[in-house]
Design a protein around this ligand. Structure first.
Ligand code: UD1
Length: 419
């Protein structure tokens, strides 16, 4: 077990490079199953979640070569034979369920246990299953296992009752090799879905409507292996933006798609943070006095739920009252109790948190309860008086590449120690 020890109060300076998006890379790695050929993922973020999904593919028979120095992963899925995956691997990470679509598409059947992942809500898979059934598959749920089988997938029109990111991706991947045309209505529009569609199209798929809520997929006979570099991680970029805001610093962030991060920039601008974009670079200035704001998490292009906890750390130190309403996950306020240990004044009222900003947080012993909650605690620690010790940092390692090195490079006093 490891923990972070962070000494608060530093002013940040210099620049930070953003890695490729975890949430883009996971479905792309799952999609390599579809071609049964060799694919190369360039500038791949070396993260725990990436190792879990590559372990899933390996356990099925794929050959995987991870080059950590070049940040490149070569995946050869031609040898995949197994139609069942160990439940331990799938329970470790919800993203593993993204192999279901590609597996039934290529092999006609797959069995796995119900997925795990961050403990932020019930996280059902009904919309994924609705999509598979609409494409003609039979779905059986038995003793915690999901078994999907079909002799042939046939294109269909599917309306998603909620624009689920994972369901949109899984259905899209199961439809690319189906016979005929599939239309996904009320599809999620997150940039990572666009990136997966772009990856599939470069492999030979025919997907249109990318970036809209209606995706049209015309089935093709087969797909080819390719080399691909995924998009930058908008959530990592947003986390560093808040690092600048919470420490009243000016830093440079390299590797930003301005369009993808628009909702976060809009809210931070409303608070008084300064932005200067130049291509994929950003100079962010958090030195102004900041104003409280209200935020509601929404599907893209709304404010991302994955930035909610980090925003709460910032608002905890901005004088005045702010309200954050979480509409995506019902249990995503676990960081509140930890922030309160650091002196934050936050009250939860149903799906909303009312934050009365205070002048200064105090360093404390806290626990990362999930990935983004962990990021929120790091941010709070940057502002806090004295030292903060953050436990259970394996959650943070799931989604932030070498976060302590990136923070040290911009002047943060942070150490990773065994505990
Ligand atoms: C993805 C992201 C996660 C992000 C989330 C929302 C990945 C690997 N993870 O998770 O970081 O927080 O999008 O932006 O990309 N739902 C159903 N039925 C379903 C599926 C989902 O009711 O079949 C509900 C969920 O309970 C939740 C909401 O839809 O309330 C959003 O979930 P979803 O968009 O599916 O999130 P994930 O794909 O799991």
């Amino acid at each position: 077990m490891e923990k972070f020890i962070i000494k608060g109060g530093s002013t940040l300076r210099g620049e930070v490079n953003i890695s490729a998006a975890k949430n883009a890379v996971l479905p792309i790695i799952a999609a390599t199953i579809l071609c049964g050929d060799k694919c190369i993922i360039k500038n791949c973020p070396m993260l725990l979640d990436v190792y879990v999904i590559t372990d899933v593919l390996k356990s099925l028979g794929a050959k995987i070569n991870i080059n950590k120095i070049n940040r490149e992963i070569a995946i050869d899925t031609s040898g995949i034979i197994d139609s069942e995956v160990s439940s331990d691997l799938v329970r470790k990470m919800r993203g593993s369920f993204l192999i279901m679509g590609p597996m039934i598409s290529r092999f006609g059947k797959f069995k796995t246990s119900f997925p795990g992942g961050c403990n932020i809500g019930t996280r059902p898979i009904d919309l994924h299953l609705k999509g598979f059934k609409a494409l003609g598959a039979e779905v059986k749920l038995n003793h915690g296992y999901v078994e999907v089988s079909t002799t042939k997938l046939i294109g269909s029109k599917i309306y998603l009752d909620f624009p689920s990111v994972g369901a949109t991706e899984n259905i899209m991947m199961s439809a690319v090799l189906a016979e005929g045309e599939t239309i996904i209505e009320n599809a999620a529009e997150e940039p990572e879905i666009g990136d997966l569609a772009e990856f599939l199209n470069q492999m030979g798929a025919k997907i249109t409507g990318i970036g809209t809520d209606t995706l049209k997929i015309v089935g093709v006979k087969n797909l080819n292996g390719i080399s691909y570099e995924p998009i930058y991680d908008r959530i990592e970029a947003g986390t560093f933006m808040i690092a600048a805001g919470i420490t009243k610093s000016k830093i440079k962030i390299n590797g930003i798609n301005k369009e993808h991060i628009r909702p976060v920039v809009a809210k931070l601008t409303e608070m008084g943070i300064g932005f200067e974009f130049k291509g994929q670079e950003l100079l962010i200035d958090g030195r102004n006095d900041l104003k409280p704001i209200d935020i509601k998490t929404m599907p893209y292009p709304g404010f991302p739920t994955d930035m909610q906890s980090q925003m709460m750390s910032l608002l905890s130190c901005v004088c005045g009252t702010s309200v954050i309403t979480e509409t995506i996950f019902e249990n995503r306020f676990m960081h509140v109790i930890e922030l309160k240990r650091m002196g934050a004044n936050i009250k939860i009222d149903g799906r909303s948190a009312v934050i009365e900003g205070i002048n200064k947080l105090n360093g404390a012993e806290v626990k990362a309860t999930d990935l983004r909650a962990g990021a929120a605690l790091i941010l709070a620690a940057l502002e806090a008086d004295g030292e903060t010790e953050i436990y259970d940092i394996h959650h943070i390692d799931r989604g932030y590449v070498e976060i302590e090195n990136k923070l040290q490079d911009i002047g943060v006093k942070i150490q990773r120690v065994k505990c």
